[in-house]
Design a protein around this ligand. Structure first.
Ligand SMILES: [Zn+2]
Length: 150
């Protein structure tokens, strides 16, 4: 049994500070704490953590999943290419990583991709795999993911 659900996360009663934390806190957890602080840039952890969060989000479609991604202000996802239900190519506008210094060879939005993967795994029966293919931090124009359905 899970102690906390995604809906529990929305139960916020903070009179003075409200329901927002600054982006630098999220970035610090993600990049200083996880990417830098864990072995292998946190790879295994981000996959486990991201999927687990994704699975807890109640969604019924790809569109709804992308909407939640934007509501959580991770970024604004847009489908840029779709090949007969096998592969969906997504670009992210206003990704949380936008504006960070470029470090070529580094793609840092794997946890966010794993969140998408986890959420979509509750929508589709087959196997789903998401790859981060571009990232602002790598010097790319946008962050992008490729989702494969099989
Ligand atoms: Zn990004």
């Amino acid at each position: 049994m899970n102690l906390f659900s995604f809906d529990d996360m929305k139960e916020i009663k903070r009179d003075t500070l409200g329901d927002m934390v600054p982006l630098e806190l999220f970035r610090s957890v993600r990049l200083i704490g996880m990417y830098q602080g864990l072995p292998m840039k946190g790879k295994n952890t981000t996959i486990t953590v991201g999927r687990k969060i994704g699975e807890s989000i109640p969604v019924n479609s790809l569109e709804e999943t992308l909407k939640v991604f934007e509501e959580m202000k991770i970024g604004i996802p847009k489908i840029i290419d779709q090949t007969d239900d096998q592969e969906v190519h997504i670009s992210i506008e206003d990704c949380f990583c936008e504006g960070l210094p470029v470090h070529e060879g580094n793609m840092v939005c794997d946890l966010e991709g794993a969140i998408l993967e986890g959420a979509l795994s509750t929508v589709y029966d087959g196997k789903i795999n998401i790859r981060e293919v571009k990232c602002n931090v790598n010097g790319d124009e946008k962050c992008e993911y490729k989702i494969n359905f099989s």
